[in-house]
Design a protein around this ligand. Structure first.
Ligand SMILES: [Zn+2]
Length: 143
């Protein structure tokens, strides 16, 4: 690919990819600029209005595609909480990891492809935490 074509492809990508919280363009930046960790060589899509708008999402190392839907601080914390609860289900052997993702997908009427906590909204995170707590309680696991 020529440099010009690459530049055009990048411009098209950034045009179609906006911050879900404020509508500004999402810009690919080194993660080290956000995490202040010089060792990180990963990249993030960061809202143009960062840090006023604290919204970002990790990029896949090879393709630069965003890993899920960008999140602000609240949603990031909720996703971390939801993931911890969800992981307890298969770590405690209530289900296998595969079964747990199938259960997650079925609970929300999603395809298995879309059953990723990185794609969950706040509402879905809270629902998933609630469902996980129920399953954990029924199996006498401390949630
Ligand atoms: Zn934003």
């Amino acid at each position: 690919m020529t440099i010009l074509k690459k530049r055009k492809a990048r411009a098209q990508r950034s045009r179609s990819f906006r911050c879900p919280h404020c509508g500004a363009a999402m810009i690919l930046r080194p993660a080290s600029e956000i995490y202040h960790d010089a060792k990180s060589d990963r990249k993030l899509y960061v809202c143009h209005n960062y840090p006023a708008c604290n919204t970002y999402v990790a990029a896949h190392p090879n393709t630069d595609k965003p890993m899920g839907v960008p999140a602000n601080g609240n949603l990031r914390n909720l996703r971390i909480q939801a993931h911890r609860k969800f992981d307890l289900i298969w770590k405690n052997g209530i289900m296998t990891r595969e079964e747990a993702y199938r259960w997650f997908a079925d609970s929300f009427g999603l395809s298995l492809r879309d059953a990723h906590i990185g794609m969950c909204s706040e509402y879905r995170c809270r629902e998933l935490i609630r469902l996980c707590n129920e399953v954990l309680a029924r199996n006498n696991c401390v949630a």
